[in-house]
Design a protein around this ligand. Sequence first.
Ligand code: PLP
Length: 381
Amino acid sequence: MTNYFDHTATSFIEQDVIDFLAKQLTENNYNPAARYTSGIKAAASIAKSTQTIASFLGAKSNEVIITSGATESINTALKGIVFAPNPKHKRILTSRGEHPATVETLKFIELRLDYTIDYCSLNNNGEVDLEELESLLRQNQYDLLTLIHVNNVLGSVNPIAQIVKMRNQYQPDLPIHLDAVQSLGKIPFNFETLGIELASFSLHKLGGPKGIGILLKNKATRLEPLIHGGGQQNNLRSGTENPALVATMAYVIERMQKNFGQNNLAVADLKLFLLAQLKQAKIKHQVISPEDAVPHIVSIAFPELRAETLLNVLAKEGMQVSIGSACSSKKSERNQVLQQLNLPQGLDQYILRISLDKSNSQTEICDLVRIIKTALDKYAV
Ligand code: PLP
């Protein structure tokens, strides 16, 4: 697909991944619970793939729970903590920079399960305000701290190592869940080194198919399962596992790690190229993503034209970009992450999110900039 600048919403599946998946679906499609040879082989394949996935994430095999994607992983982590028979403070700490998968789950927990949810503010870079976080950790006892790793609107990176240190100082027993959907493949990730208890991922953000994801859970953390049934995955997530998809996940994650440095350098160059082109074309704009954000996500305000209008003009020309979070752009409410940034009044309505991948070319970027320029010349107010 060309002229695609929305890799944060979902990524391409390259041909070798499709070929791998097709072969797996042909040869590795038995029920891993079956007692005959093909079933036993399917179970062995899942065990091997899980081992590969775990080792690339810095986790152990028995810490991997396969889910249908990050939304399920996040729901399992958050509700699983709340429903588990742990001692309860009935209070959860999160930030104002979370994805709707977290925000809406926490709203449910607050309204239906009578929890208090504390939302830590963000600083002007879109990262968690560490002073406020420290003060909240000092004042209250929580059942869970859940945070996004890389923000999907801005690309801001939360300082997890510092946050873990703070947790260790004030509430060493407090489990931390990380929404690592946009960080895996973009910045180094190691479950053990980070010292967190839970982490969520979606394969379709990494060049794999939709419908599969991971929840990492360390041994000491108790979760009540969300999905009951045949007791698969140590009773933590029932439902027949798909050996072909799990093998494909291992393949995609291994492939991503191998190309990590090269891909990220290529994307960093593309971001610089994009910014240089905007400057050269004398397009009035303001980069909203902080300088140290991951280069894959560049939120830019074009203050002369509302993002909605610009998006529609670009879409007519076949340019695929987004405004705010793709997951919530169908809703008319204002993006809560952008509300946190102290932007001039109303500027959040003028922000486009351009998200890049190494598959983007400089020619595509030139075309995008040219069409933005034409749109602004024609419609700018
Ligand atoms: N968390 C973040 C940061 C995301 O960007 C997304 C998807 O956009 C999700 C969670 C939800 O992932 P999925 O829709 O694959 O379940």
